[in-house]
Write a protein of this length. Structure first.
Length: 246
């Protein structure tokens, strides 16, 4: 098992790659996005992305993002799919401690015991729904790429169904077939995931809601709370708490 500390600049890592080990990508600060051929996974600081061996992926993040990456032999931990996992305060401290280890640490001593606890806690970490599925149908993929890149788009579903020359009902059926979500659910998830980096940058909640396509601040807060389990204000307060406890 290896740990690595990196601070990444404000640019996408365009190179798609895969590796033979499990990777846990955790942003101690900032918001991390992992793109695979089938989905985008978004992890704010109290989440991490579990990347199984052999999966092609790339990473994006904002300026100032501090990434702690763990590389784990597949035999050392039970398998799980690519997903966002919750990082508890204890698991966060274990990750931060391990990321400072030398490559050749004492597996039989205190460091090895910390690694054993870390692996146990990782295996128990619950999954989160901070994932945006990409459709296999290239026609839908074009719509999804546009909506993900323009979260403030307020064009109705009818606009996109006309582009494809199909009815709203047919387009809706395509979305459920390829993503497991309705058009409305997919777009709302895209908007909420787009809001995370803006909130992490301490932008005003009202401005973030507008930038992500919400006319109503209350609707944004309700949708955000349902997905994240906290209000946008609580999310930003947790950022301040992390800064105070560095």
């Amino acid at each position: 098992m290896l740990g690595q500390w990196r601070s990444l600049p404000n640019q996408a890592i365009h190179t798609q790659h895969a590796h033979p080990w499990v990777q846990l990508s955790y942003a101690a600060e900032g918001v991390l996005m992992v793109d695979t051929p089938h989905a985008r996974f978004v992890a704010p600081p109290n989440r991490a992305v579990w990347i199984p061996p052999g999966l092609t992926h790339g990473v994006q993040c904002a300026a100032g993002t501090q990434i702690r990456s763990l590389y784990i032999a597949p035999a050392a931990i039970p398998p799980r799919p690519c997903e966002v996992v919750h990082i508890s305060p204890l698991l966060r401290e274990l990750i931060l401690a391990f990321s400072q280890f030398e490559e050749e640490y004492d597996e039989a001593g205190a460091e090895g015991r910390l690694v054993s606890v870390l692996l146990d806690r990782l295996a128990m970490a619950p999954a989160c729904a901070l994932m945006l599925p990409w459709p296999a149908d290239e026609r839908l993929a074009g719509i999804c790429r546009y909506l993900a890149g323009h979260p403030d788009c307020r064009r109705p579903m009818q606009h996109f169904s006309r582009q494809l020359g199909v009815s709203d009902k047919t387009l809706g059926r395509y979305f459920v077939r390829d993503t497991g979500m309705s058009f409305r659910q997919w777009r709302q998830r895209a908007r909420l995931l787009a809001a995370l980096p803006l909130l992490e940058q301490k932008q005003r909640i009202t401005d973030v809601a507008l930038a992500c396509g919400y006319d109503s601040l209350s609707a944004f807060i309700a949708a955000f709370s349902q997905l994240l389990g906290c209000t946008p204000g609580d999310f930003m307060s947790r950022k301040e708490h992390r800064a105070d406890n560095k």
